[in-house]
Design a protein around this ligand. Structure first.
Ligand SMILES: [Zn+2]
Length: 229
C-alpha cells in the first residue's frame, strides 16, 4: 500500500473524506456503534487509477449500497482488471455476504479485499457461514491493524496538517481477539470470543473462552499473542 502525503487544499479527494472524530468513533474496535461505515478504494486499468470514497449505512447496509452504486455508475469491460479494497467498521452480515458473492460472480474481473474493525454478530451461525462462504469464494477478509488505521487516516480522513501522524492507536489486544475469532470462523471452530454489554453503564466486556479444540487447531503463538492466556 502507498499512502498519500496528507490532506491539503489541493487534494481532489478532500470533499469525500470523513472527519477525524467520525473515523475515530466508527472504527474503534472497542465500541459497538450501530452505524456501519465503509471506506473504499477501487483500483483499475494499466495506470492503476484509484477512486476513493466513503459511505454510511442508511436504510440499506453499506455493502448493498456499494454494489448498487458500482453496478449502476461504473462500467469496466471484462478485460479490465479491477481490485476493490473495503475498510468496514463492521464485518458483512450473511445477507450482504450473499450479495457480495453474487456481485463477484457477475464481475469476474473484480477482486475484493476486506478489512474490518469489528465482527458483526459473530456468534450468529448464519453470519459465520456467510463469512466462510466469502472466504471460500476468494475474498480476503482481515481484521484492521495499525498499518490499516494509518492508511485510512492518511487517505480517507480530513485531518489537519499537524495531525498527519495522529491516527488512532487502539490497544492491539482487541484486534488480536477479533483476529482470533475470525480464525475460529474460517476453521469451523466454536466461538471463543464473547462480547457482552451492560446497558446501565454502557460498558462492553470481551471474554475469551478457549476449549480443547481451540488449543489443538490454533497455533500457540496466535493464542499467546492475545496476551490473555
Ligand atoms: Zn449486511
Amino acid at each position: 500500500m502507498t499512502s498519500n502525503k496528507g490532506s491539503s487544499a489541493t487534494d481532489a479527494t478532500l470533499r469525500r473524506r470523513i472527519e477525524p472524530w467520525e473515523f475515530e468513533v466508527s472504527f474503534d474496535p472497542r465500541e459497538l456503534r450501530k452505524e456501519a461505515y465503509l471506506l473504499y478504494e477501487i483500483t483499475w486499468g494499466p495506470k492503476c487509477n484509484i477512486w476513493r470514497h466513503s459511505s454510511k449505512n442508511n436504510n440499506n447496509h453499506v455493502e448493498m449500497n456499494f454494489i448498487e452504486k458500482f453496478t449502476s455508475e461504473r462500467y469496466f469491460c471484462q478485460s479490465t482488471r479491477c481490485s476493490i479494497t473495503w475498510f468496514l467498521s463492521w464485518s458483512p452480515c450473511w445477507e450482504c455476504c450473499k450479495a457480495i458473492r453474487e456481485f463477484l460472480s457477475q464481475h469476474q474481473n473484480v477482486t475484493l479485499l476486506i478489512y474490518v474493525s469489528r465482527l458483526f454478530q459473530h456468534m450468529d451461525p448464519q453470519n459465520r457461514q456467510g463469512l466462510r462462504d466469502l472466504v471460500n469464494s476468494g475474498v480476503t477478509i482481515q481484521i484492521m491493524t495499525d498499518p490499516e488505521y494509518c492508511y485510512c487516516w492518511r487517505n480517507f480522513v480530513n485531518y489537519s496538517p499537524e495531525q498527519s501522524a495522529h491516527w488512532p492507536r487502539y490497544p492491539p489486544v482487541w484486534m488480536r481477539l477479533y483476529a482470533l475469532e475470525l480464525l475460529c470462523i474460517t476453521l469451523w471452530l466454536p466461538t471463543c470470543l464473547k462480547i457482552s454489554r451492560r446497558h446501565q453503564k454502557q460498558l462492553t466486556f470481551f471474554t475469551l473462552t478457549l476449549q480443547n479444540c481451540h488449543y489443538q487447531r490454533i497455533p500457540l503463538h496466535i493464542l499467546l499473542a492475545t496476551g490473555l492466556i
